[in-house]
Write a protein that binds this ligand. Structure first.
Ligand code: SAH
Ligand code: SF4
Length: 376
């Protein structure tokens, strides 16, 4: 089967077309068709010579994944799709599918979280499943199937930008299924296509990578010279508790993560966000907020609290709004900027990890989650 064009970088496509004796601008033309126009066949690239289109079609594919399911919520402002990545039938072993969510922020419909007015954000997955096994995460409880390729990651954005009216996407957050920094190469290549002026031409600041906290890849990302946002999932103020919530955290310490985050801030000039999933009676005590504040105070960072969404099974509870607010106030009183993540699509189970579960399990709908941050 031909390789997917968007698994290659622009430089690789340039090298290929150069070897075919094509002028230098051809690769940029092809990239614009594939990304900005979102075409799914080389025949649609009407300003390319017919012979070149035929040769491209022999060498590469642009086939998009099929949509298996779609749900909408928030009066159509939140849309979640399940995309077929091949493998077997839904529900059968080896079924490969991935979900992506688009959240629109209608400028005329308050309330707006800070900075979200008029935005359109797509949340993408980087792996089918996840190997990190976080105890509160539905994806983590499903286990790991495989890494997605660059074209499979980009397809989730293109699925929403292609062909629909008013479909400009301003932000992409890597907060879907999987751990982006455990699939570093394809994730970074996808980021570069998103922000390349000859690709989707998005602002790097509109792209956010969320990581469970892999220290070495955070440092590597810091050295890439990109202005992308970084969210580090912390979830606990001390290492013992953190290892219970993230069984694979192993030798990674909070101190090591904070140090890698400082390096990220220094090298990119960007503030880091610490995500903290709040679980009642586990990590939501005021004393834990004070301990967390001691550790992150003074950093160019802010804490984004995510009240637990009951998706991953029994035994964990979402704290009351009052407890969430109390935790937030402790952080703020200690001088740490803290927000509560707003929820979108509550009635459709838009949580990352849940739609796939629904299809596999024959359609049980659970509470949905959240993907963009701001002050609730
Ligand atoms: N693997 C990456 C990105 C995907 S998860 C990471 O862990 O950061 C995106 C965010 O959702 C993470 O901060 C994760 O901790 C959080 N999350 C996952 N399941 C959740 C749940 N059931 N309730 C609240 N937050 C959850
Ligand atoms: Fe993987 Fe992130 Fe879920 Fe943890 S929270 S299991 S790292 S997707």
């Amino acid at each position: 089967m031909p390789a997917h064009l968007l698994d290659d970088s622009l430089a690789e496509i340039e090298a290929c077309l150069d070897a075919w004796g094509e002028p230098a601008y051809r690769a940029r033309q092809v990239a614009r068709w594939a990304l900005r126009e979102g075409v799914t066949s080389f025949d649609a690239m009407t300003d390319l010579p017919a012979a070149l289109r035929a040769r491209l079609a022999e060498t590469y594919t642009l086939a998009p994944p099929a949509e298996l399911a779609r749900t909408a919520a928030d009066d159509g402002l939140t849309t979640k799709v399940l995309l077929d990545l091949g493998g077997s039938e839904p529900g059968a072993p080896g079924f490969d599918a991935v979900e992506a969510v688009r959240m629109d922020y209608d400028p005329d419909r308050p309330p707006h979280a800070a900075g979200t007015r008029g935005r359109s954000t797509v949340c993408v997955s980087t792996q089918a499943g996840c190997a990190m096994g976080c105890v509160f995460c539905a994806t983590g409880q499903q286990g790991f199937t495989r890494n997605l390729t660059t074209s499979e990651i980009l397809a989730q954005v293109l699925h929403f930008t292609r062909g629909e009216a008013g479909s400009r996407v301003s932000n992409v957050v890597f907060m879907g299924m999987g751990e982006p920094l455990a699939n570093y190469g394809p994730t970074l290549r996808a980021v570069r296509w998103l922000i390349d002026p000859h690709g989707l031409d998005m602002r790097a600041r509109g792209v956010t990578i969320s990581t469970v906290g892999l220290e070495a890849p955070i440092r590597r990302l810091a050295a890439e010279g990109l202005q992308v946002g970084l969210t580090v999932s912390l979830h606990a103020p001390d290492d013992g508790l953190r290892r219970r919530l993230i069984p694979t955290a192993g030798g990674v310490t909070i101190e090591g993560l904070l140090d890698a985050s400082r390096e990220y801030v220094e090298r990119t000039g960007r503030r880091v966000t610490f995500a903290y999933a709040l679980l009642e009676g586990v990590n939501d005590e005021p004393a834990q907020a004070r301990r967390l504040a001691e550790r992150v105070r003074g950093m160019r960072a802010h804490v984004n609290l995510i009240p637990y969404n009951p998706t991953a099974g029994e035994g964990m509870r979402r704290p009351s709004t009052a407890r969430v607010r109390a935790f937030q106030r402790e952080l703020q009183a200690a001088g740490v900027n803290a927000t509560v993540r707003i929820e979108r699509g509550v009635e459709i189970a838009a949580a990352c990890g849940q739609l796939r579960t629904d299809v596999v399990a024959g359609g049980t709908t659970q509470r949905l989650s959240v993907v963009d941050s701001g002050t609730a």
